[in-house]
Design a protein. Structure first.
Length: 268
């Protein structure tokens, strides 16, 4: 006679993890040396959850750009691994990875090269095969997200610097990325443009990794910050806590603007 196991002996059913449980970004043991022998990264570990906004802080030469260029496979060949939404960043996945990781460069003119704003925003989706009404809708949605729908037929070089930066963001959003990577997004912006961009970034339903020297902007937009220094993660925590750590700031050459006290800022 077969003995029926007690309820305690029956293992619970395995429930597959929900998509939300998969990190937007998972960097494990990433080390990289350039061909000239310069070692830029020394075993970086970084996990970013879906929907998080994380600031990547650090002095010049810390390895921030090297890390960012690994996120969509522009750089490869080092030690360790990078995965975006569970998809390994490797040659066979590069087309999909580059759709999922959208990088907005510091100078918008590096991304805007078509005769009109509409054509610039359409370029990526069109290259991916979208056509007709679907392409037009994708462009319209991206421009609406950044408040530039009324400028679709304008030449980009007729726009202000802040407007061009917003269009550059739209060119990336049109690809519906998993992660939006912003390189010094507040640089060269006047106060109004800076505020408008912050409002846009807060409204987006994407994961954001913001590379910046603008520490007040990091505090305003990112509840979490990571300090990269000399190719390693030197600190990872609440942005306000890190900016209030005077010894940490001095050790990694992070400078707050004169008179700015992060302790005085109320953050969520």
């Amino acid at each position: 006679m077969t003995r029926t196991p007690s309820p305690e002996a029956v293992p619970p059913p395995k429930i597959p993890p929900s998509p939300e449980a998969v990190p937007s970004l998972e960097v494990t043991g990433l080390a990289y040396a350039y061909p000239d022998g310069h070692q830029a990264l020394f075993g970086v570990d970084l996990t970013v959850a879906p929907g998080e906004r994380v600031a990547l802080l650090g002095p010049n030469g810390a390895g921030k750009t090297t890390l960012v260029l690994h996120l969509n496979g522009i750089l490869s060949g080092g030690v360790g691994s990078v995965a975006v939404a569970g998809l390994a960043v490797e040659k066979r996945n590069l087309a999909e990875i580059r759709r999922r990781v959208g990088i907005v460069f510091q100078d918008p003119d590096d991304q805007l090269f078509m005769p009109t704003v509409r054509e610039d925003v359409a370029f990526g989706p069109a290259a991916a095969g979208l056509r007709g009404a679907e392409l037009a809708q994708r462009v319209q949605e991206a421009l609406e997200q950044v408040g530039m729908a009324g400028f679709a037929d304008r030449p980009p070089h007729h726009l202000s610097f802040g407007q061009r930066r917003r269009v550059a963001v739209a060119t990336v959003l049109a690809m519906r990325p998993e992660i939006l990577v912003l390189d010094e997004p507040s640089s060269n912006l006047d106060p109004a443009s800076r505020r408008e961009l912050a409002e846009i970034l807060r409204s987006l339903d994407v994961t954001v990794l913001m590379v910046t020297h603008d520490l007040p902007y990091a505090l305003e937009l990112c509840s979490r910050s990571v300090v990269l220094s000399e190719g390693v993660i030197a600190a990872d925590g609440r942005t306000q806590d890190l900016l209030c750590d005077d010894a940490l700031m001095r050790a990694h050459r992070l400078e707050l603007p004169f008179g700015f006290d992060p302790r005085s800022v109320t953050v969520a």
